[in-house]
Design a protein around this ligand. Sequence first.
Ligand code: NAD
Length: 233
Amino acid sequence: MKKLVVLTGAGVSAESGIQTFRDSDGLWEGHDVMQVASPEGWQKNPALVLDFYNQRRKNLLSVKPNKAHKTLAALEAHFEVVIITQNIDNLHELGGSTNVLHLHGELLKIRGVEHPNHIYDSDPQNPDILLGDLCPNGSQLRPHIVWFGEAVPMIEPAIEVVETADLFMVVGTSLVVYPAAGLVEYTPKNTPKFIIDKSVPYVSPQQNLYFYEGKATEMLPQVAEELISKYKN
Ligand code: NAD
């Protein structure tokens, strides 16, 4: 089976009802991202940050994977699919994808501020994190999310995956957040690259680059058909 690597961003979850940044003037659900997604924001007002992610976690209960997530999952019948997502929601997994690498962390995971390498599942019965809630090692719990300005530990495994892609797809990302945006540059020269977005982002000119402008739920099924007919072996 050919290896299909897919980089996704907030646009793939937009039609499930989760807002993107760029379509909301750089706000995240009404908040300045630096207030709720940076170490500085955390230092200034940790209660606000915890509350923000508690709300996002609650919101996950009311959203469902859409046709784009499900189409990517169905492609596993034809390709070895690896999804690299910038999203912190779990809609790829709920849509049926079995190989998902989360670059920027996951809403349903938590860790201690002083113990970043010990990561836990949040308690489905009691998912909120409050000030004073401690990890087993004794430091304040925080969401397992990569904030702006923090290191992205999953970028190395992501690069390794991209370097071995037979086919590469990008769905619903403005490609402005680094290092994620730089992953396109690691694809092998001859690997066809398919860029799907409502408003296609800039990608440096290179061989085998194909753009599809439109909503993920409409374009992905079309592109999937094309991949199956042209590249399945
Ligand atoms: P972004 O907001 O910068 O860009 C969203 C992209 O999706 C844009 O290019 C836009 O044109 C496109 N888009 C919007 N609706 C679409 C649709 N229906 N179909 C196809 N494309 C559509 O998002 P980003 O590039 O992912 O970067 C933002 C950062 O914000 C990420 O690091 C992520 O961690 C975080 N974030 C995550 C979520 C989530 O988990 N669902 C939501 C918002 C922000």
